[in-house]
Design a protein around this ligand. Structure first.
Ligand code: FAD
Length: 375
């Protein structure tokens, strides 16, 4: 007979698996209901998994502590970032200026998921499940379309953005030089994320484009698609070659009204994208989800000996400790996205003037950069 579970985690994506490993390390008996990763809304044939995420120093330390951080080829250290506006505005960040080894790391998601899956397999306290089982506490990590969240009647306020993100991988004529690039132009945002280590010349792209352009960009020939990217990136990395399929995700900002509940049938908690979605323009969604996992594991691990895992006060501590940071990040991403979506010469001049001012703002720029780095 199987042992009773302390915690049942529904959803074995990156947040769910990380949480399972953290709780198991704290000697809790964990059930992990995993199934294949959620597919993008739309992708071209044989697109494979094109996801590459920017993870900050805090997330890196968390994965290192679990021995799941991928090797340097699959976690490219970013030494500089260049953000360009649509009328001469520019902001630069550099690791040496901020006196940190790296601003962020661009992580190959399949490589990270493989490391996590291996760690889960070798952790005796984690039982992989095909269906949920009763436990003192259920943690819902099923991502943005969570069915358990709906089943439990938890309100999820969704504000769709007018853009969809297209992701793909490119080989570039010039090496990326460990620099991440971002271009803002007429409500669209293009990011080039350096891949394949320090000497690499391939990038992952995240291109947030108006919904009306998505179909045309997905069905364009590889040549046409690359030509449009060369234009949008001002030829910065030279000639581009598509080396993957193209996947698309509609973008939204979303917040669960409640993150915890203690009904008679069993207590529950939300974490990761099941609790919140933010615009990916600063690559913060997963970093926030990982901070949820770390906070929940720490609060449960450090609970007073007489408190049970489903103690409402304990769970409220978690909700309080995470909601403020997530709301601030969401408001910041939403504000930036809105600012760069507005038409009209006045707004264009104002935002580019703002970027120039920010570039020279010294301590304010440093403070913002450090927040994004998770410190
Ligand atoms: C285009 C784009 C670019 C992004 N770039 C970045 C970035 O650079 N940096 C960053 O930090 N974040 C980024 N994000 C955000 C990041 O993708 C998410 O925050 C992250 O994937 C959330 O992880 P999760 O584990 O909470 O959810 P998910 O990744 O959605 O995983 C949920 C898991 O639960 C499973 N599941 C669902 N329903 C059930 C069920 N009923 N039973 C069992 N299992 C279930 C799914 O199959 C999946 O495996 C980006 C997002 C987008 C759209």
């Amino acid at each position: 007979m199987t042992q009773a579970l302390d915690i049942c985690i529904r959803g074995g994506g990156i947040v769910g698996s990380t949480l399972a490993l953290l709780l198991a390390r704290g000697r809790l008996r964990v059930g992990l209901v995993a199934r294949a990763a959620a597919a993008p809304e739309r992708d071209t044939p044989a697109s494979g998994d094109v996801r590459a995420y920017a993870l900050n120093a805090k997330s890196r330390a968390l994965f290192e502590s679990l021995r799941c951080w991928p090797d340097a080829q699959h976690a490219t250290e970013v030494l500089a970032m260049q953000v360009k506006g649509d009328d001469g505005g520019m902001v630069n960040f550099s690791a040496s200026e901020l006196k940190v080894p790296g601003l962020t790391w661009i992580v190959d998601v399949p490589a990270l998921e493989t490391r996590l899956a291996e760690a889960v397999r070798f952790q005796a306290e984690i039982e992989r499940l095909d269906a949920p089982q009763p436990a003192a506490l259920t943690v819902i990590c099923e991502g943005r379309a969570s069915s358990t969240r709906s089943e439990f009647g938890i309100d999820f306020d969704v504000t769709p953005y007018p853009q969809t993100a297209i992701a793909a991988r490119l080989q570039c004529e010039k090496p990326h030089g460990q620099t991440a690039f971002q271009w803002f132009s007429q409500g669209e945002i293009l990011a080039f994320l350096p891949l394949d280590g320090p000497q690499g010349n391939s990038v992952g792209i995240v291109w947030s484009v108006q919904k009306t352009r998505v179909e045309a960009l997905l069905s364009a020939s590889a040549n046409d698609f690359c030509q449009q990217l060369e234009l949008a990136s001002e030829g910065h990395l030279g000639k581009l070659k598509l080396i993957s399929g193209r996947s698309a995700w509609p973008l939204q900002s979303a917040q669960a009204k409640r993150w915890i509940g203690t009904p008679a049938g069993g207590a529950w908690v939300l974490a990761g994208d099941a609790a919140h979605n933010v615009h990916p323009l600063a690559g913060q969604g997963l970093n926030l989800g990982l901070s949820d996992a770390a906070a929940l594991a720490a609060i449960l691990g450090q609970r007073e000996y007489w408190r049970k895992l489903d103690d409402e006060r304990l769970l409220r501590r978690y909700e309080r400790s995470r909601k403020a940071e997530v709301l601030l990040m969401d408001a910041t991403m939403d504000g930036l996205q809105g600012l760069f979506s507005r038409g009209g010469a006045g707004w264009q001049a104002a935002r580019n003037w703002g970027m120039i001012g920010f570039e020279h703002s010294g301590p304010i720029k440093q403070w913002v950069a450090r927040r994004a780095m998770g410190s």
